[in-house]
Each structure stands twice: as structure tokens, then as C-alpha cells.
Design a binder for this molecule. Structure first.
Ligand code: SAH
Ligand code: SF4
Ligand code: F3S
Length: 490
């Protein structure tokens, strides 16, 4: 650390402290008005947010944007034009962190050229002590570091950063309260993220998230439902309920018995055409939830159900708290209750000590379940997690080979599944012009498959029927049939 005194601003994160889960109840607080002296502070100035990581971070960036816009900042996508650049970071794997450090380094030249630029680092990496000390030591051009638990403090932190020549660091080791009514700038008027809970108590042995996001805290049902009703009134077509483990929703309520299945049953009655959720942990997937999902309507027939491994031994070491058989039983139940369900998953290969036989069990499980899509990763050790201390004798070439083999199997299955849709008419929510060709429109099915088709631009933002003509591994090509005039949900 350099000789400067950071004590005035510095609240450091501490992984050990983060692990101590308090029993004290979480309070629900309202977001304060922006203090008067900070209200117009961004007038004529621009902000830029670069987001890494999962949907939780994407949605946090929408909140950060909301706060900055209340302070009169406007958005830019150009580094050169920005007066504030915030990097909302992800700590899930080493390569995610490397990318951020590379970028922090490359912004040094811009900071030298524009000394008044405020460069901030927030998100999950800021919750790690090692990251904060590395920034303090090697990246003195950073002005502001804050974490995932104190986003609502941004106006004060930014004010300090603007007034001070020192780096402002405020990262809370432990989660705070649930803050309602935070302002948000949502990406489009079509699809919206809605947090239903924060944090994670699962402590899978490889995962950093329980340390960076704190303990599980559910938002009150009325707050979630009111937010969704507002989105429906504003004309949103699709919402995605967010939590690291949405199936644990409500477990932390002491005064009411109201769980994820109950929430979904209530959301089902709101006039929003599509409702998704992510991510669900197989362990807490109860029968009531299955029953509710089987009612369909606006609850789409797509479930992202991370399995991580097909080997019960590896699952045990991962502390996933289910085994291969229980996972397959759950899949069978889901397929029975929702015959056209589309299942997707996350898989880690090369967990410490994973044998060839154990990997083969993952391949056989993938073939048995027949996932439509999967996110696959090579295990990355995270400092402070139990798995990082496990003996890992699997060479990197072997891990890479396993990943490639697994992806080949998954791609074959996706292709086969998509081919089944050829000749069928599917409901598509039209998102916009295709990235590759502005003459082509693209959108998604209820099961989140990307569909490209030729059609008039006025269909953007609408729900349409498309007949699928050609299936590829990741996308479907189709022909526009008709616009769906009535929302599918009354
Ligand atoms: N809460 C979600 C997962 C969030 S992280 C869930 O439990 O389903 C997204 C995915 O990243 C995980 O499902 C896992 O497959 C992967 N992942 C997490 N930690 C990892 C690590 N240390 N190395 C490699 N992949 C990891
Ligand atoms: Fe990480 Fe496991 Fe929590 Fe998912 S459930 S965020 S993998 S600890
Ligand atoms: Fe990354 Fe944090 Fe999400 S570690 S995956 S941004 S919860």
C-alpha cells in the first residue's frame, strides 16, 4: 500500500467476516431522496457503466444508472466523453477478473489525459480483499471502490470522490438491509429484470458468490408484486425474476409462510405475457412450485436448472446437497408435469480430482436429460473457498479436452432439439433487428430460443407467430405468420 492515509474513507471487505451469517432480521428500508447538494451535480456531465458477469450485475447497473440520472448525469457509451466510468465487476472465475484488471490498466492513459474523470470499480470483485488491496497498490488512478451491499450509498460516495484527491473505498463485508424504491433505468420497455431476493446461503465449495453477495434476503411479496404490476401497466412484455437461488425465496420470512411457488402463483395472475426466473437450485425445487409452473399461462416452459456435474461423488465435494439420482428424479417430475419443458443447465468440468469416470457420468447425464442449451465452464479456483484448498491433479489440457467433448455432445443435442421445431409455428417476442442483418428481425420463443425472420419493422416490441423453416445449433430461421393482437394472458 502506498503511504497515503485511507482510513478516512476506507472500509475494507473481509471474507472471514462475510462468512459469519447473522441471525438478526433484515429490515426493509426505502431509498432516500438524493440529498439536495448532490441533485444537480451531474448536470452537463456523462456517465458510462461497463457491466461484467450475471443478470444480477446487469440489473445492479440499471440501479446505478437510475441513481446517476437522478443526480442529472446522462449516459454515454464512449470512454472519451465520459466524466464517470464505472466498472461493475464479476468475480466468478479468474478470467473474468483478469479481463477487469486488464481494462483498469488500459484506462490509466485516459485518466492521465482527463484528470477530472472519476474511475470507479464496483460489483463482486470489490467484495474481495485481495482485489481491493491490488487496486490500492497497483492502480492508484482508480478514484472510487464500492461493493454490492452499498449501491444505495453511491450519491455520498461519488460526492466524496469528487471532493477528494484520495481514493474513496467503501465496501461492506456483511450485507445490509433490503432497500426498496431504488431508481432504475431499464434497458428497453420490453423486458425487465426483477430482483426477488439477494445473496446466497448455499456455499457450494467452488463458489465465491455467497461471500460477495451476502446472506439470502427475500424482498417482501407485496414489493415484488407491486413492481411487476407497475411493469405490466407500463407495457412490459416479459419479466425475469432474479435471485442466485430463487427456490429459497421466502425461507427467511419469520412472520409469513410464503415461498417461491406462492409468489409464482400470484405473478401468474398479473397481466404480463411472459415470466421467467433464474436461477433455480435443484435442492429447493418443491412439488408446489412444479404444480404452479404446470399451470403455464404466462409462466414459460423453460427452466434453467444447473446440475454442475453428473457424478454423485463430485456433487458431494461441491456441497450441492443433491446427488445424480435426486437430480434425475426432479427432471423426470418436471418432464411429467410440463411435457414440453425446455431444460438448460450450468456444468463445471475439471473440479479438483475429477476422474475420467466421473466426467463420463456428466456426459451420460447430459444425454439422459437432453438439455436444449448449457453454459459450460472449466473449474476456476477462487481464493477463500473450500474447493481452492482441495488437491487438484487434473492437468489443464485434460480439463480443456473434457470441456470440448462436453460441448460437442451438447451441441449435437441442441441441434436435434431445434430440428424438432422445423415446420412448427412458435410465439416470438420481437426484440429488434438482427445483429448481423438489419433487414432481418430477431426475437425469442417462450423457451428463450433465438428466432430470425423477415418482417416489417413495426413488429418490433410485439408478440408474433413465426413458422420455423430451418433449425441451426443456436438459432432458428423462420417466416412471419401473423401478429398476435391479443396479449396471450387476459
Ligand atoms: N446461483 C447460480 C449460479 C451462479 S454462478 C446457481 O447456483 O445455479 C453461474 C455458474 O458459474 C454456476 O452455475 C457454475 O456453473 C459456474 N461457476 C461458479 N463458480 C465457478 C468456479 N469457481 N469455476 C468455474 N465455474 C464456476
Ligand atoms: Fe454459487 Fe452455489 Fe450459491 Fe449458486 S447456489 S450462487 S453456485 S454458492
Ligand atoms: Fe459474477 Fe457476482 Fe454474478 S461473481 S456471476 S457478478 S453474482
Amino acid at each position: 500500500m502506498s503511504g497515503k492515509d485511507y482510513s478516512k474513507y476506507f472500509i475494507a471487505p473481509d471474507l472471514k467476516e462475510a462468512k459469519k451469517r447473522g441471525k438478526e432480521d433484515i429490515q426493509v428500508l426505502q431509498f432516500d431522496q438524493i440529498p439536495q447538494e448532490m441533485q444537480g451535480i451531474g448536470s452537463g456531465k456523462k456517465y458510462m457503466i461497463e457491466t461484467y458477469g450475471c443478470q444480477m450485475n446487469v440489473h445492479d447497473s440499471e440501479t446505478i444508472a437510475g441513481i446517476l440520472e437522478q443526480m442529472a448525469y446522462t449516459r454515454t457509451e464512449s470512454h472519451q466523453d465520459a466524466d464517470i466510468i464505472l466498472l461493475n465487476t464479476c468475480a466468478i472465475r479468474e478470467n473474468a477478473e483478469d479481463k477487469v484488471f486488464g481494462h483498469i490498466g488500459s484506462l490509466k492513459a485516459l485518466k492521465t489525459e482527463k484528470p477530472d474523470l472519476i474511475l470507479g470499480v464496483c460489483g463482486c470483485m470489490s467484495q474481495e480483499e485481495s482485489v481491493v488491496s491490488r487496486i490500492l497498490q497497483k492502480h492508484q488512478h482508480v478514484d472510487l471502490i464500492f461493493g454490492t451491499h452499498n449501491i444505495h450509498r453511491l450519491p455520498y460516495l461519488l460526492f466524496n470522490a469528487l471532493m477528494s484527491k484520495e481514493m474513496v473505498v467503501e465496501v461492506w463485508s456483511k450485507e445490509g438491509d433490503v432497500i426498496e424504491n431504488m431508481p432504475k433505468v431499464r434497458a428497453d420497455g420490453l423486458r425487465a429484470w426483477v430482483n426477488i431476493m439477494y445473496g446466497c446461503d448455499k456455499f457450494c465449495t467452488y463458489c465465491i458468490v455467497p461471500y460477495t453477495r451476502g446472506k439470502e434476503r427475500s424482498r417482501r411479496p407485496e414489493d415484488v408484486l407491486n413492481e411487476i404490476r407497475d411493469l405490466a401497466r407500463l407495457g412490459y412484455q416479459e419479466i425475469t425474476l432474479l435471485g442466485q437461488n430463487v427456490n429459497a425465496y421466502g425461507k427467511d420470512f419469520h412472520d409469513i409462510t410464503y415461498r417461491f411457488g406462492d409468489l409464482m402463483d400470484d405473478v401468474r395472475k398479473i397481466g404480463i405475457p411472459r415470466v421467467r426466473f433464474t436461477t433455480s437450485h435443484p435442492r429447493d425445487f418443491d412439488d408446489h412450485l412444479i404444480e404452479v409452473l404446470a399451470k403455464k399461462g404466462n409462466l414459460v416452459e423453460h427452466i434453467h436448472l444447473p446440475v454442475q456435474s453428473g457424478s454423485s461423488e463430485v456433487l458431494k465435494l461441491m456441497a450441492r446437497k443433491y446427488d445424480r439420482e435426486r437430480y434425475l428424479e426432479l427432471v423426470a417430475k418436471l418432464k411429467k408435469a410440463i411435457p414440453d419443458v425446455v431444460l438448460t443447465t450450468d456444468i463445471i468440468v475439471g473440479f479438483p480430482g475429477e476422474t475420467e469416470e466421473q466426467f463420463a457420468e456428466t456426459i451420460s447425464l447430459v444425454k439422459e436429460v437432453e438439455y436444449d442449451m448449457a453454459f459450460t465452464f472449466i473449474y476456476s479456483p477462487r481464493d477463500g473457498t473450500p474447493a481452492a484448498k482441495m488437491k487438484d491433479d487434473v492437468p489443464m489440457e485434460v480439463k480443456k479436452r473434457r470441456l470440448a467433448e462436453l460441448n460437442d455432445v451438447l451441441n449435437e443435442i441442441s441441434k436435434k432439439k431445434n430440428a424438432l421445431l422445423q415446420g412448427r409455428v412458435v410465439e416470438v417476442l420481437v426484440e429488434g433487428e438482427s445483429k448481423k442483418n438489419p433487414d432481418v428481425l430477431s426475437g425469442r420463443t417462450r423457451t428463450n430460443k433465438l428466432v430470425n425472420f423477415v418482417g416489417p419493422k413495426h413488429l418490433i416490441g410485439k408478440m408474433v407467430y413465426v413458422s420455423i423453416e430451418k433449425a441451426q445449433t443456436w438459432t432458428l430461421k423462420g417466416k412471419w405468420v401473423e401478429e398476435i393482437s391479443k396479449s396471450p394472458v387476459a
